[in-house]
Design a protein around this ligand. Structure first.
Ligand code: ADP
Ligand code: MG
Ligand code: MG
Length: 872
């Protein structure tokens, strides 16, 4: 098999072999764009490298030599040549883009001799040694494992001594001195001299890039983004072009549309007299691309033309890296741009309007699970908060948290449950774990294309960068803004949409759907078959869900109403009462409350179906904690409280103890409550119908669906249904239409669904409990104690409480649906439970022919899109 490909041989279909960067470098070469020549060592070679115990095979080395010779020939330069030496970059590039997570080395081929040759030929000694010191540092870091701060410290000192703040101000002699110092650092750290043989440099660099596939941050990034570890990375070896040859040279990064908002306008940054990494690493804050128009109008025009050509070619927004060498433009990379959810939606809509994409294609372009990022609470623009500084609006959203000054600290505090804002002079890819942990990121330097910004946008994390007003002291862990000093752990709020930085917390408001999102979801609605309902227990949630497009309530849990502060004492009274009479009195007191609840919810959902689940949890969930109560009793005794009061408490304690269950999840709950205590359900149904009666008077139409939980045997349903019917019949004169159905959440219910369907107007799969009972896992214990190990050891592919386990639970659902529909052809079937808002599970629901999914209000837009995507 071929292991090395010239840029002339590849194409964009070959991502898997050439990596994304390599495939697109070939593609751009084929398009005739100005790409420096080079070749790609394939991902196959990478995997082989690991299989062979991390050695490069002779064949591979020979292939690399052959391809290198072609590059040398085409440029008339030679790697390590005494005259006109060729320098190359050695660049990582995986099949899936992992920006900044792996390593790249520039200016390879320099040594004590070739650096002089470069200086001579270019008549620019400063440039030659600028390349050399950069090369020694990168090689030292990537290949030899010498930490980069060792070098940076030297550079800082040198700058200080020279009295300059930017490295562009250092002269040739200083840079030469610096490269000597760097070589010594390497000697001291590794015990060996910096390698002078260019071929050795090249092969070692290739190995190091292979190895960087498995560095900590790359692994973490793959884990977060679910990228398989077997892909491996390709290595691109490419002739260098120089952005650091003075003020007619430079380097930059460009998006064909704004990756934060989606605005259709070139968006990018550049630095003059700089090399690639400088822009993204945030060493200097770069200039906006619009300024390039003034500095180099012709280059700008060419770049502009190429950008549009690439966007048209890939039919997607491009993220482009370029370098200008003495007024000549070179393209170094293009890829589909990472973007925020807001940008993704706007771009998809505008590309349909511009006839670049069809609606169906556009719907598939937006990751459904990303949409919840659009629905996060935002800073209330009307509340006029004063900001203390402003940076670049790098990734929208508001975040509040305690300031921390390092990624490790962010990680540590977050583990303890604190919310933090990570503040850094700039971020490096090594900070990724801190970015993951933090609520938001704030940096002093670096532009919108810096690592921090790119990674934050990808994760939908608020980020403000390039906030020059910050004066950060990492040793003292303080930040000075103007004349105010803020310490570690002080609370800050950042607004990634405006770039504002605020001291303290800020009022947040619920988000609204943007015009573009409405249009976009409208297209999804036209296509999807599944109805989307919501899980809502209050009129407020119901209204919100309706705004987000819910077509009814799929699950209204009544126990939440029992928990409310003004109800709980009455509920306890009902449970603890020692006579039927007292119990009924308590229920009578609860009735008006429940009626009011249902009235509000029905009204908010006027015209739409509302599924109300009768009481489900075991009764002791409503009672005080036994341990606390017995402590209280002991204390009362010590304090000599009146005996009758103590007796009363002791009665309660006894009752609580008698209600104790060893396995509440499998205990006395659901319809089993109604079998023993029919009065509770009677009261609830009475509340439902008296609310309906009132709405009937107001001529507000509702479609109530009364749902009985935890049925495992048809006769259970029959009996409980009769309880409901008895109450409903007393309202028959109103002629209200209603349905009675059941939750299917036990394996036995799935298996006997045909019998159950005889008594049910609808089924709703309660997949949380069905997953628990099918696996025999109690969710809280599983997620806390052993599921992570199961996933780690690959026993399960993922958490079955997040995405439906199709092999087990899914088969039961399928069985339940078909058995049920065998008996009742039109049986309405839905799913409630958290899976209803999970795109992958929604796809499954579409496949097994459910009528609707029900999810929390904030996930309704996600479900609308996912339902469409599963049907496109
Ligand atoms: P990453 O995957 O981290 O973006 P790259 O391989 O793209 O790493 O390299 C980073 C930067 O190095 C590029 O954006 C570019 O500016 C610079 N670079 C890479 N190869 C060359 C080259 N042949 N000539 C000049 N600059 C280069
Ligand atoms: Mg790059
Ligand atoms: Mg349940």
């Amino acid at each position: 098999t071929k292991l090395v490909y010239s840029f002339n041989d590849g194409n964009r279909e070959m991502r898997e072999t050439l990596g994304g960067k390599g495939a697109n470098l070939s593609d751009m070469t084929n398009l005739g764009l100005p790409v420096p020549p080079g070749f790609t060592v394939s991902t196959k070679a990478c995997n082989k490298y690991f299989e062979e115990g991390q050695t490069l095979t002779e064949t591979l080395i020979q292939d690399i030599r052959d391809e290198l010779a072609k590059v040398e020939k085409s440029l008339g330069k030679k790697l390590g040549g005494d005259e006109n030496p060729l320098l190359v970059s050695v660049r990582s590039g995986a099949p899936v883009s992992m920006p900044g997570m792996m390593d790249t080395i520039l200016n390879l081929g320099l040594n004590d001799k070739t650096v002089e040759a470069v200086a001579m030929e270019t008549k620019n000694k400063r440039f030659a040694f600028d390349c050399y010191r950069r090369f020694i540092q990168m090689y030292g870091d990537v290949v030899l494992g010498v930490p980069h701060y060792r070098f940076e410290r030297k550079l800082e000192i040198l700058k200080q001594n020279a009295g300059v703040s930017e490295d562009t101000k250092l002269d040739a002699e200083s840079l030469k001195e610096l490269s000597e110092d760097y070589k010594q650092i390497i000697k001291k750290e590794t015990g060996e001299d910096f390698p002078q043989n260019p071929e050795e440099q090249l092969l070692k660099a290739v190995e190091a890039v292979f190895a960087s596939w498995n560095n900590q941050r790359a692994k973490l990034y793959r884990q977060i983004n679910k990228i398989p570890g077997h892909y491996g990375t390709a290595v691109n070896v490419q002739a260098m072009v120089y952005g650091n040859m003075g003020d007619t040279s430079g380097t930059g990064v460009l998006f064909t549309r704004n990756p934060s908002t989606g605005e259709n306008k070139l968006y990018g940054e550049f630095l003059l007299n700089a090399q690639g990494e400088d822009v993204v690493a945030g060493i200097r804050t770069p200039k906006p691309i619009s300024q390039l128009k003034q500095v180099m109008p012709e280059v700008y025009k060419e770049l502009n033309d190429i950008s549009y050509k690439l966007e048209e070619h890939y039919r997607d927004v491009q993220d482009i890296e370029f370098t200008i060498e003495q007024g000549r433009l070179f393209m170094l990379q293009t890829r589909n741009a990472k973007r925020t959810a807001a940008a993704a939606v706007r771009i998809a809509v505008e590309m349909v309007n511009d006839k670049i994409l069809t609606k169906e294609e556009a719907l598939l372009r937006v990751d459904a699970s990303q949409l919840d990022k659009l629905l996060h609470r935002q800073i209330d623009e009307g509340s006029h908060v004063d900001h203390i500084a402003t940076g670049l609006p790098a990734s929208p959203g508001a975040a509040t948290g305690a300031l921390v000054f390092s990624a490790d600290e962010a990680d540590k505090l977050t583990e303890k449950g604190e919310k933090v804002i990570l503040i850094r002079p700039e971020t490096t890819p090594d900070d990724i774990h801190g970015i993951v942990a933090a609520e938001g990121i704030l940096t002093q330097r670096g532009g919108m294309t810096s690592h921090a910004a790119v990674v934050a946008r990808g994760m939908g994390k608020p980020c403000v960068c390039g906030c020059e007003a910050l004066n950060i002291d990492l040793i003292d862990k303080t930040v000075k803004i103007g004349d105010k000093v803020f310490k570690e752990k002080e609370v800050f709020t950042i607004d990634g949409a405006t770039g504002n930085v605020i001291s303290g917390t800020v009022d947040l408001i619920d988000p609204e759907l943007s015009k573009e999102l409405m249009t976009f979801l409208g297209w999804a609605d036209d296509i999807r078959q599944l109805n989307i309902r919501t899980n809502a227990d209050t009129p407020k949630d119901a209204k919100k869900a309706r705004e987000y497009g819910a077509q009814g309530i799929g699950l209204c849990r009544t126990e939440h109403m029992f928990m409310a502060q003004d109800r709980l004492p009455i509920v306890q009274e009902m449970i603890l009462s020692d006579s039927k009479k007292k119990q009924q009195e308590a229920l009578d007191k609860l009735l008006p409350f429940q009626k009011e609840d249902f009235y509000g919810i029905f009204k908010a959902m006027a015209g739409l179906p509302v599924t109300i689940r009768l009481l489900d949890p075991p009764l002791h969930e409503f009672l005080p904690n036994a341990e606390e109560l017995s402590k209280e009793i002991t204390k009362m005794k010590e304090e000599g409280s009146p005996i009758y009061k103590i007796k009363e408490k002791e009665q309660t304690l006894k009752r609580i103890k008698s209600l104790h269950e060893s396995n509440p999840m499998l205990g006395h709950r659901g319809c089993r409550l109604a079998i023993v205590h029919p009065e509770i359900y009677e009261m609830q149904v009475e509340a439902i119908f008296s609310a309906l009666k009132e709405l009937h008077k107001e001529k507000i139409e509702v479609v109530p669906e009364i749902m009985i939980p935890l049925v495992g045997e048809a006769r259970e349903l029959k009996l409980v249904k009769d309880i409901v019917l008895k109450v409903a019949d007393s309202y028959s004169d109103l002629g209200i239409e209603y349905k009675i159905g059941t939750m299917i959440e036990l394996p036995r219910a799935c298996v006997t669904a045909d019998e159950i369907a005889e008594h049910a107007d609808f089924f709703s799969f309660g997949t949380n409990d069905l997953t628990q009972t099918t696996f025999g896992y109690s969710r809280d214990d599983a997620e806390g104690k052993f599921l992570p190990a199961y996933i780690d050891k690959k026993i399960l592919p993922e958490n079955p409480f997040v995405s439906i386990d199709e092999k087990g639970v899914g088969v039961l659902i399928d069985l339940g649906v078909s058995k049920g529909r065998n008996v009742k052809k039109d049986l309405k079937v839905g799913i409630c439970g958290e899976h209803g808002g999970d795109p992958k599970s929604i796809e499954f629901c579409q496949k097994v022919g459910l009528n609707y999914v029900s999810c929390s209000p904030f996930r309704v837009p996600i479900a609308r899109l996912a339902a469409a995507q599963s049907f496109v």
